[in-house]
Ligand binder design. Structure first.
Ligand code: CO8
Length: 257
């Protein structure tokens, strides 16, 4: 991997996009590396995945405009498809994902953050979709995930205007969960990841699948799915351990079984 670093600390895997001289802009190689790294991370079964950008200035300043400017429609379609596949490894992954946004999160950068379950932003983070100003559109899931997260009207305003918003406004519209001082996005994300990692891993995975289902189906089917996942957890050792530990007034020790 030239542009992606993966570190593992306890149950938490951190994926860092590291192409600092181009503000971590996503080239075709980089998007392939993100996808491949996520597949490798998931096969190792961490409890949480944190995604961040190297350096203080940028999370990811978007897709690589220089590379895109030479693409044919077929190449652009392929680029978008590889991007979609990589983002699906974040939002459809059974493992919870947190974006630690430490600066510019523009275009494809914002779309990576959107594909994560939770977003923590540093005060200096800047979000936006500059694509229409380049004569293209958000092609890594932004037109689909942003309306689901912040509602269609706000999403359309941001996408049509290409207006940049700061971390405070991003929090106001529900784009980010939390804003922390500059330089602390990663540590805050890791702290939250550690907290998630203390919980029953299967319970967290099934809860993520159930919450994702809410976006894809109606309430009746969603509730049925929730009841099935709820029941399934009663077949796990971890549910016996978790509820038993409560009765015995001790901390549970989850094994993921
Ligand atoms: N692509 C290519 N190079 C970039 C990008 C980018 N998106 N962003 C920054 N860089 C490069 C600059 O060209 C510069 O390189 P060099 O030093 O060789 O000239 C270096 O990074 C540093 O950048 P700046 O000198 O411009 O730094 P500033 O602090 O002056 O400005 C900005 C920072 C405001 C972030 C500015 O760099 C900028 O506007 N960048 C472009 C932001 C943008 O428009 N992003 C959206 C791109 S489109 C997109 O993301 C589509 C996604 C959908 C397709 C996905 C399919 C997988």
């Amino acid at each position: 991997m030239d542009f992606v670093k993966v570190e593992r600390e306890g149950g938490v895997a951190t994926l860092t996009i590291d192409r600092q001289d181009k503000l971590n802009a996503i080239s075709p190689q980089l998007v392939e590396e993100i996808g491949q790294s996520l597949l490798e991370i998931e096969s190792e079964g961490p409890r949480v995945i944190v995604v961040t950008g190297a350096g203080e200035k940028a999370f990811v300043a978007g897709a690589d405009i220089t590379a895109m400017s030479a693409m044919s429609p077929t190449e652009a379609k392929r680029f978008a498809e590889i991007g979609h596949a990589a983002m699906a490894l974040l939002d459809k992954s059974p493992i919870p994902t947190i974006a630690a946004v430490n600066g510019f999160a523009l275009g494809g950068g914002c779309e990576i953050a959107l594909a994560c379950d939770i977003r923590i932003a540093a005060e200096n983070a800047l979000f936006g979709f500059p694509e229409v100003g380049l004569g293209i559109l958000p092609g890594m899931g932004g037109t689909q995930r942003l309306p689901r997260l912040v509602g269609p009207a706000v999403a359309k305003e941001l996408i049509f205007s290409a207006r940049r918003i700061d971390a405070a406004e991003a929090q106001e519209i529900g784009l980010v969960n939390r804003v922390v001082p500059q330089g602390e996005a990663l540590s805050a994300a890791l702290e939250l990841a550690d907290q998630i990692a203390t919980n029953g891993p299967l319970a967290v995975r099934y809860a993520k699948a159930a919450a994702n289902k809410a976006l894809d189906t109606d309430l009746v089917n969603g509730l049925e799915y929730e009841a099935d996942q709820f029941a399934l957890l009663f077949s796990t050792e971890d549910s016996r351990e978790g509820m038993g530990a409560f009765s015995e007034k001790r901390k549970p020790e989850f094994t993921g079984n």
